[in-house]
Design a protein around this ligand. Structure first.
Ligand code: UD1
Length: 418
């Protein structure tokens, strides 16, 4: 289990390059299965979730090849409809493959997907949506089997705007017979990216980014090249890092529009932020006001994926903050670790009550999910004294070169391979 050894307390200065969005790339990889032609993803981050998804594509019979950060997928010989259980359990996004694999082969089999343990994370909306599209879905012995002769367009109303379910249904509907309309769809920028990519492959999809997505099924999709949208969660993580440590950072390849809810909060607590071209600049002093209330909600609300880093920041703000997590039930596992570093937090159900302290102190802490792990790393680089952060396998899921980027901005952080 690798760990970070961190000597905290230094401000951050410099420029950091933001990767393509993990949450955009994973559905794009699932989309690659829909064509027999070559798909090329530029600026594809080599993070663990992506590497696992690429391995699954290989198991389905796709040929994959990396040249630097460019990934080519050739699905011409793909013939397997079974996603291996060990890989499905590694990452939750394997569930997107249900839509594309059943659309391509008329069959799909997958073990219940894994992913970070941040709550119940049901997939009922994915499955009921697929059933609406004429797919026969059976759940038995921890496996899900999907079969259909042809996916048929239909109207699907989602009970809640699930990002994954919206993407899965778009993937299933792209080559279906007739029109699919998804109502109460999720509006995340990564859905717009999936729509743009599929349309470049010849699909007819409209409404991505709004609550109604309409997909007119086409007979076949062709190959395409694509550069995914930048990672708003990685960019948000670095903005919060600067707010915690103080200093001045410029984020390259960042999109401020997709981060409006965070930028608004950071300005409220006295950070100076401006954007020019594809860069976001942040400047922060050592004193921060408290953000008072941070409540997660679907896009364009405050992202649940930035809740843990924001909670870490609130720990060292002047005054009290309430953080309400509305999306996932058990997404406060970073809190006991922050308390070990001197934070003053009480959790009641879905709310964390935080009383700011002047600074955190170093401690040995353990990550138990991706964003929680990032939050603990930020806490450690801003704290006084030395910390260790284990288990980095979570952080490796979603951040490429995390310690390298932080170090290049002045943080004293190194990875110890164990
Ligand atoms: C995606 C993101 C994840 C982010 C989350 C919320 C990817 C790869 N992951 O996850 O980083 O934290 O959006 O922005 O893009 N729900 C159901 N039934 C379902 C599906 C979801 O009840 O079938 C509920 C969930 O329990 C949760 C809410 O819907 O409360 C949102 O989940 P969803 O948007 O589906 O999250 P993911 O797609 O898993």
């Amino acid at each position: 289990m690798d760990k970070y050894i961190i000597e905290g307390g230094r401000p951050l200065y410099g420029e950091v390059e933001i990767q393509s969005a993990k949450n955009a790339v994973l559905p794009l990889l699932a989309a690659a299965v829909l064509t027999e032609e070559r798909v090329v993803i530029h600026r594809c981050p080599r993070i663990r979730d992506v590497l696992n998804m690429v391995q699954i594509l290989g198991e389905l019979g796709c040929k994959t090849k990396w040249v630097g950060d460019e990934l080519t997928i050739d699905g011409g010989d793909a013939a397997n409809h079974e996603i291996p259980a060990a890989l499905a359990r590694e990452l939750r996004s394997s569930v997107f493959l249900l839509g594309s694999v059943v659309a391509r082969f008329g069959r799909a089999r997958i073990a219940y997907p894994g992913g970070c343990d941040i709550g119940l994370r049901p997939i009922d909306l994915h499955l009921s949506g697929l059933r609406r599209l004429g797919v026969w879905v059976a759940e038995e012995g921890g496996y899900i089997d999907c079969t259909c002769e042809k996916v048929r367009g239909a109207e699907v109303v989602l009970d809640c705007p699930s990002v994954g379910a919206t993407e899965n249904l778009i993937l299933a509907a792209a080559t279906a017979e007739g029109r699919t309309v998804i109502r109460n769809a999720a509006k995340e920028p990564e859905i717009v990216d999936l729509q743009n990519f599929l349309n470049r492959m010849g699909a007819k999809i409209a409404g991505g980014g709004t609550s109604v997505v309409a997909v007119d099924g086409v007979r076949r999709l062709h190959g395409a090249e694509y550069t995914p949208v930048s990672d708003r969660i990685e960019a948000g993580t670095f903005l919060i890092a600067a707010a915690m440590c103080g200093g001045e950072l410029a984020l390259r390849n960042a999109n401020p529009e997709n981060l409006a809810s965070l930028v608004h909060k950071l300005r409220e607590i006295s950070c100076k932020i401006h954007a020019k071209d594809d860069k976001i600049y942040i400047q922060c002093g050592k004193r921060r006001l408290s953000p008072s209330l941070v409540e997660t909600s679907p896009y364009p609300g405050f992202p649940t994926d930035l809740q843990a880093p924001m909670t870490a920041l609130a720990c060292i703000c002047d005054g009290a903050t309430v953080v309400v997590e509305n999306l996932f039930e058990t997404r406060f596992k970073h809190v006991p670790e922050l308390i070990r570093m001197g934070a003053d937090i009480t959790v009641r159900g879905r709310s964390a009550f935080i009383r700011g302290v002047p600074c955190l102190h170093g401690a040995d802490v353990c990550a138990s999910d991706l964003r929680g792990g990032a939050a603990l790393t930020l806490a450690a680089i801003s704290a006084e004294g030395q910390s260790t952060v284990t288990d980095l396998s979570y952080i490796d899921r979603g951040y490429s070169d995390f310690e390298f980027k932080l170090r290049s901005a002045g943080a004293r952080i190194r990875r110890m391979r164990v």
